[in-house]
Write a protein that binds this ligand. Structure first.
Ligand code: PEP
Ligand code: MN
Length: 301
């Protein structure tokens, strides 16, 4: 349902990086509409004001063995959504032998995990040409931060009418994020989940940390839009010891879900070995989130 939308008096007199009343009226009317949004993934899992789904898994679908090991652990812990990328852009063009994209083979392993463990899967779509294959497997399609404003990709993904996680680019204002989100909504797909995953700032407090989680984005987004906003403290901090405090802070700030990167043996993760939690750290985090969820009145899924 691609359509050209014409608005008379498309005001753009004083654009800023923050959101004006003009923006709400003319540029982001859909995403800022006051309405109750529930993004249903299946009968057991929805993203909404009341729920706190946890998405967890490794960065990449490195091997069948890895993805089954993680899947079995998550199932035991009651986590219902597995993350992992078979297609994966990297900041730099060089890949270690260990980290070749597993592509179609990786997607088949994800199919097997779904079939045998009954988990839902979220995985990143990097290019339109992979969309057909990925959408055969993925229950939630993830748009990585680097593609937040890849508007053609957004449009094609939106047309499939599946749940979408749209990650905020690390240099994007909330206004830009909502503009990208609006591109999805005008295609007629409102199964949209926004994700804060850290922004670039002049310093990040230690050399192993990469971005800074913009906790403030959570209440700021809630003030202006009703779509679920989830937090990814793993990619924000790049540093496993900070993931638990940042996850707790995100829940306290009102997020509607979490993405946590985890790996059975983080130091041997094919990429970003400082970032994933190991199983024990993940179990600790989950039990602390359980306690906090009662205070914020959210149901962990
Ligand atoms: C990821 O989810 O593995 C990822 C690379 O995230 P981001 O797009 O936020 O960097
Ligand atoms: Mn990652």
């Amino acid at each position: 349902m691609s359509k050209n939308i014409f608005i008379n008096n498309l005001s753009n007199k004083n654009p800023t990086k923050d959101i004006t009343q003009d923006d709400i009226k003319y540029k982001i009317p859909e995403i800022t509409k006051k309405q109750n949004i529930t993004v249903k993934v299946n009968n057991r899992v929805s993203f909404s004001k009341k729920n706190l789904p946890i998405i967890a898994g490794p960065n990449g679908v490195e091997s069948r063995k890895l993805i089954f090991k993680v899947g079995e652990f998550l199932k035991k812990k009651g986590v219902k959504i597995l993350r992992g990328h078979a297609y994966k852009p990297l900041t730099f063009p060089y890949r270690s032998k260990k980290y070749l994209e597993t592509k179609d083979e990786g997607m088949k392993w994800l199919d097997e995990v779904k079939k045998h463990l009954g988990l839902l899967v979220t995985t990143e779509v990097t290019e339109i040409k992979y969309l057909e294959r990925i959408s055969m497997t993925a229950d939630i399609l993830q748009i990585g931060s680097r593609n937040m404003q890849n508007l053609e990709l957004l449009k094609e993904i939106a047309k499939l009418n599946k749940p979408i996680i749209l990650k905020r680019h690390f240099g994007a204002s909330i206004r830009d994020l909502l503009g990208a989100a609006e591109h999805i909504l005008v295609e007629g797909n409102n199964k949209l989940i926004l994700c804060e995953r850290g922004v670039s700032i002049p310093h990040t407090h230690r050399e192993t940390s990469r971005f800074a989680l913009d906790i403030q984005a959570i209440p700021a987004l809630k003030e202006i839009c009703n779509y679920p906003i989830i937090s990814d403290p793993s990619h924000a901090s790049f540093w496993a010891p900070w993931v638990e405090p940042l996850a707790l802070a995100s829940v306290a700030a009102g997020c509607d879900g979490l993405i946590i990167e985890m790996h059975p043996d983080p130091k041997n993760s094919a990429v970003d070995p400082l970032q994933p939690l190991n199983f024990k750290q993940f179990a600790n985090l989950k039990s602390r989130i359980n306690k906090l969820s009662k205070i914020v009145n959210k149901k962990i899924i």
